[in-house]
Design a binder for this molecule. Structure first.
Ligand code: PMP
Length: 467
């Protein structure tokens, strides 16, 4: 409560250190042991495995089978703190893959901001309240000057949907250029822009007016002179080119700067817009910059925001230029019941403050650089490439370096073994052969060292077995 009081901090420091150690160990187990030592009642489930199994059975009754669970042996989670998660069977996991709790699971300042505002006032953007303006001003100040208008919604998908409406209205066209394996959300509109879905299992294929640009050699496809660049809809150029700033579902692919600049130049020359999807990469995750599109020195016309924006509280936003916003002023009201409500704004404002106060952009850069270098130094014939930036990294596995035959089996076996050792990771990419790393931004160098140690050990053991 008084972080600047030197007097209090003398005795508080060691206790903070201890709290952090408990967080790494397991605060739930600790509490249990303390209660038990004091002969006080505690609620330890006796046969946790059975009860988790029966919960999975119930879940299957309530939901359709396309709602998946992570891991062959799913984890029942009871709690979390910053980069750690605690399961019902008393295990502690280091979260190396969830970029939604951006500043850390259950970050106390974020939780407090939500609790306080929820108890004070929650309403909608048709009323005047300070947090809407305060947050918008703070968020917009992180963008280039040309991006000066904002709309609030409740998810990345809703933001994609709105971005598409804006682009269509502004250009009077309805075609879109998308990147191969891209994912932009779960609404009908977003699925239509997501080859990851429409070209994936159960997908219905590409719709009218959608043009898919190749991701060859982890860049933006083969360079084609302007005149030969394909157009949508019988010669009418597309409304927009949309791209994740570092495509995640495609396997953490850094785009080619020159080709991105070419593509943006081309779309503008033909009267279209550039939409940047920052749902995965925004809010300083890429380390060097606050926004992923800055990696390529390009400025979008529209930006889609979600996931990390409010640390897990459901929120999304669309940021755009004044001109794009003006074209949308048709007389039809834009209203989102929950978008930009005071609770969301207070939470999101606190997320921005914590990123600043705790130096999380610098941390993403330092820990990311360290991890990239360490991962690259692992000499394993199965690793084709380690790539990424900041705390957004991918490790691609192949069966044979020369043929570059994807190896999803090894990637998923490593993820499973890392889970056994207390590290949460996942796979992605068109062949599911890329291990994704995108942890909460408080992921420390010590955490990176732990991760490297276990990963190296697994890779070396699997190589011995192969031999
Ligand atoms: N865009 C990207 C790049 C995403 O990764 C996602 C979610 N995985 C979305 C949009 C959609 O966000 P949401 O799930 O919040 O609707």
């Amino acid at each position: 409560e008084q972080p600047d009081s030197e007097y209090h901090q003398i005795s508080a420091k060691p206790s903070q250190k201890l709290l952090l150690r408990w967080m790494r160990a397991n605060p739930l187990l600790f509490k249990e042991k303390m209660l038990s030592a004091c002969n006080l009642p505690y609620t330890r489930k006796e046969i946790v495995e059975e009860s988790t199994a029966s919960k999975i059975t119930s879940r299957k009754k309530f939901f359709s089978s396309n709602m998946s669970l992570s891991y062959d042996e799913p984890i029942e989670m009871l709690g979390s703190a910053l980069q750690y998660m605690y399961s019902a069977d008393g295990k502690t996991y280091l979260d190396c893959v969830n970029n939604i709790p951006h500043v850390g699971h259950c970050h106390p300042k974020v939780v407090e901001a939500g609790q306080k505002q929820m108890a004070r006032l929650n309403t909608n953007s048709r009323y005047v309240y300070d947090s809407l303006n305060e947050y918008s001003k703070k968020l917009l100040s992180s963008f280039p000057d040309s991006l000066s208008k904002i709309f609030f919604v409740n998810s990345g998908s809703a933001a994609t949907d709105l971005a598409v409406r804006l682009a269509k209205k502004h250009t009077g066209r309805d075609g879109f250029q998308v990147l191969e394996h891209a994912y932009h959300g779960n609404t009908s509109t977003a699925i239509a822009l997501s080859p990851y879905k429409f070209d994936g299992k159960g997908g219905g294929g590409k719709g009218d007016g959608i043009q898919v640009l190749g991701l060859k050699a982890y860049g933006l496809g083969i360079k084609t002179p302007d005149s030969r660049l394909p157009r949508c809809n019988r010669g009418i150029p597309p409304a927009a080119f949309i791209a994740e700033s570092v495509p995640g579902c495609a396997g953490q692919v850094l785009l080619d700067k020159e080709q991105m600049q070419d593509r943006v130049r081309w779309i503008r020359k033909h009267g279209g817009l550039y939409i940047a999807d920052e749902v995965q990469t925004g809010f300083a995750r890429v380390g060097k910059y606050f926004w992923g599109f800055e990696l390529y020195d390009v400025v979008p016309d529209i930006v889609i925001l979600g996931k990390p924006i409010a640390n897990g509280h459901p929120m999304g936003a669309v940021v755009c230029s004044n001109e794009v916003a003006k074209s949308f002023e048709t007389g039809m009201e834009f209203f989102s019941s929950f978008g930009g409500n005071p609770v969301s704004c207070e939470i999101a404002k606190t997320v921005l403050e914590v990123i600043e106060d705790e130096g999380l952009q610098a941390n993403a850069l330092e820990v990311g650089d360290f991890l990239l270098a360490e991962l690259k130094s692992i000499k394993s014939p199965g690793i084709l490439e380690v790539r990424g930036t900041g705390l957004f990294i991918g490790i691609e596995f192949v069966k044979n370096q020369k043929a570059e035959e994807p190896d999803p089996e090894t990637a998923s076996a490593i993820v499973a073994e890392m889970k056994n050792r207390g590290f949460l990771l996942s796979t992605d990419g068109p062949y599911e052969n890329v291990i994704k790393f995108k942890p909460p931004m408080c992921f420390s160098k010590e955490n990176a060292k732990e991760l490297i140690k276990e990963l190296t050990q697994i890779l070396l053991t699997s190589r011995q077995t192969d031999n």
